[in-house]
Design a protein around this ligand. Structure first.
Ligand SMILES: [Zn+2]
Length: 244
């Protein structure tokens, strides 16, 4: 089993890169499921990773680190954050991005979000062409049916040279993605895809598929030392696409 995030107490003196504090222990997230190991799914499973102070997850910290380390690439400007995680959302502001947050279920999350998150479906947003310098959808696309519409929108709304950070869980074994069929219930989705509210399990080919839409993938290296220091997944890649 992957040893990532199995310890509750922060005996390794790891730090949260978002709030810059050192939690005494890490709060658990995720669920264990046999399919996660069977299919070698990266970016899923139960682990102790949430920051006691700001609530950031290992995923949030990975995305933030990629942006922090590459400020020259990720020029501060208009940033669209889809289904924004609060710890990241606050840091975009303090880091000087002009952030816009959108969630298809924002109205149902008002108790959590506040009024600055707009209600909207990524597949049908009407921001003008090339408006955004960056778009972040952190573990979002695996929940979206007809995801090609969402990817087309991301491409359209990005300016030329703009970047999209599109983290998704994926199988390190499957050659191609598996799409849920219309009659699959929650149990079937959980058994095959790894989570009951997912509509897809990405296979190894997903980046090549996205590149066919006009993106190029950008290689971002977060070292094992940095990953360990900030309690991130040891191997989850940072998935960044640039509009050519
Ligand atoms: Zn924190």
């Amino acid at each position: 089993m992957n040893p990532h995030g199995l310890r509750f107490w922060n005996t390794q003196k790891q730090v949260c890169n978002i709030c810059e504090r050192r939690p005494w222990f890490w709060i658990p997230r995720g669920h264990q499921n046999p399919v996660i190991e069977e299919k070698g799914i990266i970016g899923a499973g139960k682990r102790y990773v949430d920051c006691l102070f700001c609530g950031s997850s290992d995923r949030d910290r990975l995305v933030f680190e990629a942006f922090k380390q590459n400020e020259a690439v990720f020029t501060k400007g208009n940033l669209l954050h889809v289904a924004p995680e609060k710890p990241l959302w606050r840091r975009w502001f303090s880091n000087g991005w002009n952030r816009i947050g959108v969630d298809a279920r924002a109205a149902g999350y008002r108790w959590s979000y506040g009024t600055d998150i707009l209600s909207g479906d990524l597949r049908y947003l009407d921001f003008s062409d090339g408006y955004f310098d960056a778009i972040v959808a952190n573990h979002v696309l695996e929940h979206i049916e007809q995801v090609e519409l969402a990817l087309q929108q991301i491409y359209r709304m990005l300016k030329k040279g703009g970047i999209a950070c599109l983290q998704v869980p994926f199988s390190s074994i499957l050659e191609e993605s598996i799409e849920a069929e219309a009659d699959w219930d929650k149990k079937k989705r959980e058994a095959v895809l790894g989570q009951r509210d997912h509509v897809r399990l990405y296979g190894k080919n997903f980046l090549q598929e996205w590149e066919k839409m006009g993106f190029e993938s950008v290689s971002i290296n977060v070292t094992p030392e940095v990953r360990s220091h900030y309690r991130m997944h040891p191997t989850e890649p940072v998935i960044i696409l640039r509009k050519k």
